[in-house]
Design a protein around this ligand. Structure first.
Ligand code: ADP
Ligand code: GLC
Length: 499
């Protein structure tokens, strides 16, 4: 029989996406199904999902969930690709504008503990013998702090329960709430301990998952190592070191259907590895769309990013004059920290024919930048995995990255040795300083001005297999091992021999 897995998430592209988690939740489950895992995705019935699946039938009512958690209804739907969705319908929690975490005014919803406590509690309930559904998962796969608490609810469940996996997409977001939250979300007092859900006087959703979870994964092998260090552990490295025997990294894939330059409807001209020259038409289209001077004799650098400290883009504005002297162009798409939005807007105002800043979230433009830019910039201070560098590789737009997390695991620096052995696919620098970033931008411009070198870099990146097929097999293997571990641990020794 296929292994049953419940994949719990707070985002899913294309309906609800604030970053890479939405992309992962959309693309990993279909790949898991192809790997013979019976996976269903649990997420809130947000307005965007209600609009997409207005007829989704109610299949169960979840009540008596403990604390102040409201009653919710469970609806079922199936995506066009055939992924079954379990939609948690609770209007008081999820039927509101804004994004999953913030109001339109950019303020965190004040009841986030209840909203994501409910989502986690729902996941745990479905993973237990108290579930109203006949479909019973053996594994509950949680993603980030929003669903992490499911591991704690499962731990405290008296009865048969699924094993839990917590995938850390970003350790920086921990879901911290006040002491009184513990009772409100229906966790027992005994969970209030350093060996439990407490984190320096707060209730931490993420720490609860890391403590009670049966397994922890991160979205790249390098990040799994980094978060066990004082420098990158964000206060949780001690616990993560303790749990390192149950911590592993599985590199993300990308959605190779949505992100395919040969079929992408968002770009001006489609191309592939056999016809990279057509990519130039996208550069011209991007330049026209952004009001940049249409030129093919200088490199165009692209950025698509949340504008936060994590992404290291504060290193860039100070390089504006150097960039103009190079000469080069820059196209930025992003939103987030006001200072950064203002800094990029000011750069664009100073050099309107060479620098463009699009402040906001624009899926279509993000594809055109991947296709139209020559070089992609991703100087992240830390990066659990990063998807944009993989989109760039696939679009023949060699990325410049800092050597951290998933960036270090996917981008190979261009030098004579890596060019010779056919692995070079971008540019990597180490120190998070404008000087180090600039040095790699210069190196990329030198390579760009040497078409044979540039073509090799582009080809190496475009040939890389970034699909979900391999990571899905790794997750499937982990699910099976964890399930076997649970079975063996629960089997009395006498029966093991005869089993
Ligand atoms: P993170 O999840 O840390 O933001 P990732 O690289 O994993 O970083 O994923 C970011 C995703 O969000 C990518 O699909 C990227 O294209 C998208 N994205 C980020 N900012 C924007 C934006 N302003 N407009 C459109 N897409 C964006
Ligand atoms: C997070 C990380 C990013 C990762 C994404 C999907 O948002 O910041 O590096 O790619 O999750 O796993």
């Amino acid at each position: 029989m296929k292994l049953h897995v419940l994949f719990a998430t707070s985002e899913i592209a294309p309906w609800v996406k604030t970053g890479g988690l939405g992309d992962v939740a959309a693309a990993l489950p279909p790949a898991l199904r192809a790997a013979r895992i019976d996976v269903r995705v649990l997420l809130p019935y947000y307005p965007a999902l209600a609009a997409a699946f207005p007829e989704a039938p109610v299949v169960a009512e979840l009540s008596g969930l403990g604390g102040r958690l409201p009653t919710a209804r469970l609806r079922e739907a199936t995506t066009a690709e055939g992924t079954p969705l379990l939609l948690l319908d609770c209007p008081v929690c999820y039927d509101r504008p804004g994004n999953p975490y913030l109001s339109n005014a950019g303020k965190e919803w004040t009841d986030n503990a209840i909203r994501f406590g409910l989502l986690s509690r729902g996941a745990a309930l479905l993973g237990s013998d108290a579930s109203p559904l006949s479909w019973r998962p053996r594994i509950v796969h949680c993603n980030d702090w929003q669903t992490s608490l499911a591991a704690a609810y499962l731990h405290f469940h008296n009865g048969v329960r699924a094993r839990s996996i917590i995938t850390v997409h970003n350790l920086a977001f921990q879901g911290l709430f006040g002491r009184t939250t513990l009772a409100e979300i229906g966790l027992p007092e005994s969970a209030w301990a350093i060996a439990g859900a407490e984190y320096y006087g707060y209730l931490s959703f993420l720490k609860s998952g890391l403590y009670y979870g049966d397994w922890i994964t991160t979205v790249s092998p390098s990040y799994a190592t980094e978060i066990c260090t004082d420098a990158d552990g964000m206060g949780l490295d001690g616990l993560l070191r303790q749990r390192s025997a149950r911590l592993s990294g599985i590199l993300n894939g990308i959605d190779t259907v949505q992100w395919n330059p040969a079929t992408d409807p968002n770009i001006a001209a489609r191309y592939d590895i056999a016809k990279i020259s057509t990519k130039a038409r996208n550069k011209a289209a991007l330049q026209r769309r952004l009001g940049l001077e249409v030129r093919n004799d200088l490199p165009l650098f692209g950025v698509v990013s949340r504008l936060t400290e994590q992404k290291g883009l504060d290193l860039l504005p100070i390089l504006a004059e150097k960039l103009m002297a190079m000469p080069a162009q820059l196209a930025v798409l992003g939103s987030g920290a006001r200072e950064l939005e203002e800094a990029f807007s000011a750069m664009a105002a100073d050099y309107p024919l060479s620098i463009s800043a699009s402040i906001g979230f624009d899926e279509g433009l993000s594809h055109l930048i991947e296709a139209g830019a020559d070089v992609f910039l991703m100087p992240s201070r830390f990066e659990p995995c990063g998807l944009n560098q993989m989109y760039s590789l696939r679009y023949g737009t060699p990325p410049i990255v800092r050597a951290t997390g998933g960036l270090a695991d996917t981008v190979v620096d261009c030098n004579p040795a890596t060019l010779a052995n056919g692995t070079a696919n971008g540019f990597v620098f180490s120190t998070a300083t404008p000087e180090a970033l600039w040095e790699s931008m210069l190196r990329s411009a030198v390579a760009w001005h040497q078409p044979p070198v540039w073509r090799r870099l582009q080809r190496n990146g475009m040939a890389r297999d970034s699909s979900w097929a391999k990571p899905a097999l790794q997750y499937a293997d982990l699910y099976r091992r964890l399930d076997l571990l649970a079975t063996l641990a629960a089997t009395p020794p006498g029966q093991l021999l005869s089993a």
